[in-house]
Write a protein that binds this ligand. Structure first.
Ligand SMILES: [Zn+2]
Length: 324
């Protein structure tokens, strides 16, 4: 293994968007690429091409009826896939299949021991439910990834950590009763931001009670507060003995995002990535996939995602250490 980290990299990923003037525009990928190239990370990581998911792979998580609906509206190219956030852009079906296929390909690359860690920028579409689109998310690649790890690789115990400003409701409620999925979700308090969910009192249901941790943050929360709240997280994840770690590292939790109000910096993203790498090295042979998630300030996307990649690169083989 000459390189430990792979980045899913290819202009096809920019096709997942809802127009030049929509917050989820193709400029997000171009901003990421510009900074990724400027830092010469192209020479330090392995570059792996986007792939497209099959309908069968989508069905690991989504209902056949919903998949057909997306296909149909993608051809028509008018209206919305949900109540008004996620336009049914012409060609969105294929673009959404590329997001999912690329996330699953990153999992294949890790599970075949080619790389320890992987990053995929246009991914982490955590709002889509099994039967509907929501919040710019057509297919929930996170949810599909969880089902895929189980079905394809018999990986049962998974930790999903989400530091996007929005609560990852599509993942949370789809696996609310799943005791083998440990969820830690930092997000701006649902009383002040879409989708309005993610109360601290929601910890999973039935046999899964106590396996989920919601950490709602008041608007304008800063790194020091968020890092303090991280203190108990590692023992919580450790107890779950994860065989694979998924990180949704949305850049919309950074200060000056146009649609959210947290005041974190990319230092928090680096911190979380570093700590999760250490946990992954301890529990699961380093297996960690980071997904870009949201982020609608292009400068924040540049710094947060590329800082996460640099952290993944520098975290190989380090043992668990005191919080830094
Ligand atoms: Zn978000």
């Amino acid at each position: 293994m000459s390189q430990t980290t792979c980045v899913m990299f290819g202009d096809e990923l920019a096709d997942y968007h809802f127009g030049q003037d929509h917050p989820f525009s193709p400029k997000r990928y171009w901003a990421f690429k510009e900074e990724f190239t400027r830092r010469e990370l192209t020479k330090k990581v392995a570059l792996c091409s986007p792939q497209s998911a099959s309908e069968k792979q989508l069905q690991l998580f989504h209902s056949p009826d919903y998949i057909q609906k997306v296909k149909r509206l993608s051809i028509i190219g008018k209206g919305y896939l949900d109540c008004g956030d996620t336009p049914a852009r012409h060609g969105i079906y294929n673009a959404a299949c590329t997001v999912v296929g690329t996330t699953l390909s990153a999992i294949d690359l890790i599970m075949s021991n080619q790389y320890r860690h992987a990053f995929t920028p246009i991914a982490g579409l955590h709002h889509a439910t099994r039967t509907s689109a929501a919040g710019f998310c057509v297919f929930n690649d996170c949810g599909i990834a969880i089902e895929y790890l189980r079905k394809q690789y018999n990986i049962q115990r998974i930790a999903y950590i989400d530091i996007d400003a929005h609560h990852g409701d599509g993942v949370f409620y789809s696996f609310e009763d799943d005791a083998n999925l440990c969820i830690v979700d930092f997000h701006q308090d649902g009383a002040t931001l879409y989708p309005g969910t993610g109360s601290i009192h929601e910890t999973g249901i039935d046999k899964a009670t106590g396996t989920k941790l919601n950490i709602p943050l008041p608007p304008y929360t800063t790194d020091d507060i968020a890092k303090e709240l991280w203190q108990n997280i590692e023992s919580f994840i450790g107890k779950a003995k994860p065989e694979f770690i998924l990180l949704q590292c949305g850049a919309d939790s950074l200060s000056a995002d146009p649609i959210t109000q947290l005041n974190l910096t990319s230092d928090f993203h680096s911190f979380v990535a570093r700590r999760l790498c250490l946990l992954a090295n301890k529990h699961c042979n380093g297996r960690l996939l980071a997904m870009g998630g949201g982020g609608y300030n292009l400068e924040n996307i540049k710094v947060a995602w590329n800082d996460v990649i640099e952290t993944l690169l520098s975290s190989y083989k380090r043992g668990i250490s005191p919080l830094t």
